[in-house]
Design a protein around this ligand. Structure first.
Ligand SMILES: Nc1ccn([C@H]2C[C@H](O)[C@@H](COP(=O)(O)OP(=O)(O)OP(=O)(O)O)O2)c(=O)n1
Length: 131
């Protein structure tokens, strides 16, 4: 079953590798690889983060789950989040990095840096916004 964009309605467990390979093919067949330098992709990523930010701009605080948002607004958010992810995946790819492994390693490092039961008196490792 496909949606109106010719995309399978729901694919389970989409991997970063699949996104990377689909994006590489998308650029290859359009001969866009010449434009997809690390610097250009970084600038594209920053631009997409700006577009994502615009969705939240001036809205004030937004509740988790976006209970009052229309389906159209949520779809717009999905698109901008996707653009950020896709630029990030492409950037990691052209840099020759394994983004999935790198992210797992970073989560591991974060867990060591911020232990679950830190001593109450030791606040040196807390992020500034720690609740
Ligand atoms: N040289 C390019 C141009 C675009 N894209 C891909 C990356 C993003 O997923 C998406 C971004 O496309 P647009 O620049 O058209 O931006 P939007 O989709 O956000 O459109 P608009 O800015 O009109 O809302 O296309 C790409 O891979 N390589």
């Amino acid at each position: 079953m496909e949606n109106s964009h010719g995309c399978p309605r729901r694919v389970k467990n989409v991997s970063l590798e699949e996104l990377r390979d689909r994006l590489a093919e998308f650029a290859r067949v359009r001969e866009w690889e010449q434009y997809h330098s690390p610097r250009n992709l970084l600038l594209a990523l920053v631009g997409e983060v700006g577009e994502l930010s615009e969705i939240f701009q001036w809205k004030g605080e937004v509740a988790r789950g976006l209970p009052n948002w229309s389906p159209t607004d949520k779809e717009h958010l999905e698109e901008e989040l996707s653009d950020v992810l896709l630029c990030l995946v492409q950037l990691a790819d052209v840099c020759g990095l394994d983004l999935g492994q790198a992210a797992l390693t970073k989560i591991h490092k974060n867990a060591q840096k911020y232990p679950v039961n830190p001593k109450i008196s030791d606040t040196t490792n807390f992020p500034n916004s720690y609740p």
